[in-house]
Design a protein around this ligand. Structure first.
Ligand code: PMP
Length: 426
């Protein structure tokens, strides 16, 4: 028995399913989850002492790799002088100023402790600001586990939303409309019908929770125009894409100005941080300036702010994103070549340092329907073949992958050599 198996048995006795977040349980790929004890640069080391090239990076935050000296140094300094005060600190201003400087659509920003809190709060703010109840989201996008967001489409796009988890009141779910990602006509038709009831549209500008699906040309622009026409607040959920697709987030890649943006992951550098921000006029609607309530005991926590700020400073260095994007391209082009050579139907996607791998004969995957039609069995086999060779990919075919600045030529070459063997065995 491996130590991971031992620990999983032990964990399952006191933690539901043995994990503190469901995807970690390996349900999507089968087998026992790997328990980790250490991270160094591009690598993570498990409880059995095995080393893996890490393409999850804690689901996005570890953009500098594990144990970056600038981040650790900043954290150590802060830890020595104070963990938390529940009162204003200077470092939270510095972090907010940095975010506003890097993302011009964010005029004011409020820090929270997770991506879920960020999206939940942004939606409450949009509802309070517009005095409307409905929200539009897209199938295949994930925005955390707030009640209004764990909702799926009813029998048709325009029918009332239904809870996608027990515990969510139908009365609440009915206010959520779920439409098809990359289908602008459907959004236009829906808004023509119920536009005056819709508070906000929330979208991942690059979908990263159904593998990695970039927006088709004109989709985000179209959403911006439609939101303006109908007085709807456009929320870009950049919890995953923020400071991951580009220094100015995905909104800078596609040149769209959302009304509100939600952030998480990279902005905390591995500490629990989320944020939501945008137009000052809307943000001033939040307490204590405005009537919409939102709060947090650990919001703007000085250790977390210090860590996030250190990461933002590192990724702002000239050439950082160019180099990181290049590494990511090297990886996915290498994977494509090896799949092609082995005759495996396969395609990829990439925006900045975020990528997707699809076992499909389609040239390009642009919809949730196409993402779910990929060969899941092949993905599962590929995942385990890579894991056995020391490459840790997301244990689900519906997750994006992440490359860090610490992924050097050696780590990428190791990945490509492993993939060559894996493709040959598929
Ligand atoms: N939005 C997006 C786009 C996400 O990918 C996630 C988490 N993967 C969330 C929100 C929720 O963030 P958290 O897990 O920090 O609550």
């Amino acid at each position: 028995m491996t130590r991971s198996q031992e620990l999983f048995d032990k964990a399952s006795r006191v933690i539901p399913g043995g994990v503190n977040s469901p995807v970690r349980a390996f349900k999507g790929v089968g087998g026992t989850p790997v328990f980790f004890k250490e991270g160094k640069g591009a690598y993570i080391i498990d409880e059995d002492g095995d080393k893996y090239v890490d393409y999850i990076g804690s689901w996005g935050p570890m953009i500098l790799g594990h144990g970056h000296p600038a981040v650790l140094g900043a954290i150590h300094k802060q830890v020595d002088i104070g963990l938390s005060f529940g009162a204003p600190t200077a470092v939270e201003i510095e972090a907010a100023e940095k975010v506003c400087q890097l993302v011009p659509s964010i005029e004011k920003v409020r820090m929270v402790s997770s991506g879920t809190e960020a999206t939940m709060s942004a939606i409450r703010l949009a509802r309070g600001y517009t005095k409307r109840d409905k929200l539009i989201k897209f199938e295949g996008c994930y925005h955390g586990h707030a009640d209004s967001l764990l909702v799926k489409a009813g029998s048709g796009a325009l029918t009332l939303g239904v809870p996608s988890s027990p515990g969510i009141p139908e009365d609440l779910a009915k206010h959520t409309v779920t439409l098809e990602y990359n289908n602008l006509n459907q959004v236009a038709e829906t808004l023509a019908d119920i536009g005056d009831q819709v508070a906000c549209i929330i979208i991942e500008p690059v979908a990263g929770n159904m593998n990695c699906i970039p927006p088709v040309e004109g989709f985000l622009e179209g959403l911006r125009t439609l939101c303006d026409e109908h007085g709807v607040v456009l929320i870009f959920d950049e919890v995953m894409t923020g400071f991951r697709t580009a220094l100015g987030c995905a909104q800078s890649v596609y040149n769209i100005t959302p009304d509100l943006t939600t952030l998480g992951k990279v902005i905390g550098g591995g500490m629990p941080v989320g944020a939501f921000g945008g137009k000052a006029e809307i943000m001033d609607y939040i307490a204590p300036t405005g009537p919409v309530y939102q709060a947090g005991t650990l919001s703007g926590n000085p250790v977390a702010m210090t860590a996030g700020l250190a990461v933002l400073n590192e990724i702002s260095k000239p050439g950082f994103f160019e180099a990181l994007t290049e590494k990511t391209t090297l990886l996915i082009e290498g994977l494509q070549q090896r799949a092609d050579a082995a005759g495996i139907p396969f395609t990829t996607s990439q925006v900045g340092a975020m990528f997707g791998l699809f076992f499909t004969d389609q040239d390009k995957v642009t919809s949730f329907e196409q993402a779910t039609a990929c060969d899941m069995e092949r993905f599962q086999k590929f995942f385990h073949l890579m894991l056995e060779q020391g490459v840790y990919l997301a244990p689900s075919a519906y997750e994006a992958g992440f490359v860090s600045a610490a992924h050097d030529d050696e780590a990428i070459q190791h990945t490509l050599d492993a993939a060559e063997k894996a493709f040959a065995q598929l």
